[in-house]
Design a protein around this ligand. Structure first.
Ligand code: ADP
Ligand code: MG
Length: 247
């Protein structure tokens, strides 16, 4: 079943075409690794899916509903409903510094979904345990390592019970020795069949965990394939060059 369908998506900043008629699909339970050089439009693409960016043309449908259909956006309440199906994890965590870990987890479902405290407390306890941070519920983000912050950010995204998780370079801001603990949480989610798009430079993770790899360059998807196809037998010259540089 197709959870995300993107067709001819266009986005420009001024004179610069950042996304040039991008089309791709994500099926339920897919783990898509999105790779490509800096500036190729990967973040803009993820941000467009959750409507942190307005696109200039094309279509995005999520679980069968159009967020934007041939350049025309759905009505605001509908947009809210559609984007709520996705959670996003950012490179720089974006935790609220003045809230504890537990409060960071519970604030969005409390404010947005008006869920009961009792329900949220149970869920936040379970999710903190899932990311290995059950004893840091009352800590403030400043007291946590980067790896711990990112695991909190993942738990926070899961609090909204999304169908799809989007990760934008979740380990790029971390010291190398802390990337493993974050990648492990993502791997666990993949094993539980979470549908994910992961923008990453971690080629090892992409090979091991993704079932689909998308190579982006200069606002276009140049190649899509299974990890072993794309990594071992890239068809496109620019994919080959990129892989030589990162390996
Ligand atoms: P990536 O995530 O692949 O590194 P981005 O999506 O961040 O690429 O950026 C793609 C292009 O869009 C880059 O050339 C970048 O400079 C430009 N860009 C991104 N955000 C903005 C913005 N808010 N204003 C102007 N240009 C932007
Ligand atoms: Mg980026």
């Amino acid at each position: 079943m197709s959870l995300i369908e993107v067709a001819k998506l266009k986005k420009a900043y001024g004179d610069i075409d950042v996304l040039k008629q991008i089309s791709f699909g994500v099926n339920k339970n897919d783990v898509v690794a999105m790779i490509g050089p800096s500036g190729s439009g990967k973040s803009t693409l993820l941000r467009s899916l959750v409507h942190l960016e307005n696109i200039d043309g094309g279509s995005i449908s999520i679980a069968g509903d159009y967020l934007v259909n041939e350049g025309i956006y759905a009505k605001p309440p509908e947009i809210k409903k559609i984007t709520a199906k996705m959670g996003m994890v950012f490179q720089h965590f974006n935790l609220f510094p003045h809230l504890t870990v537990k409060e960071n987890l519970e604030i969005a479902p409390k404010m947005v979904k008006k869920e009961l405290s009792m329900v949220l407390e149970k869920r936040s306890r379970e999710l903190l345990a899932k990311v290995g941070l059950e004893n840091r519920a009352s800590a403030y983000p400043a007291k946590l390592s980067g790896g711990q912050k990112q695991r909190v950010a993942i738990a926070r995204a899961l609090m909204m019970e999304p169908e799809i998780l989007l990760f934008d370079e979740p380990t790029s801001a971390l010291d190398p020795e802390l990337t493993g603990e974050v990648l492990q949480v993502m791997k666990d989610l993949a094993e539980e069949q979470m549908t994910m798009i992961v923008v990453t430079h971690e080629m090892g993770f992409a090979k091991e965990v993704a079932n689909k790899v998308v190579f982006m360059d200069k606002g276009e998807i140049l190649e899509t394939g299974k990890p072993n196809e794309l990594f071992d037998h890239p068809k496109n010259e620019r994919t080959k060059l990129f892989l030589q540089r990162v390996n």
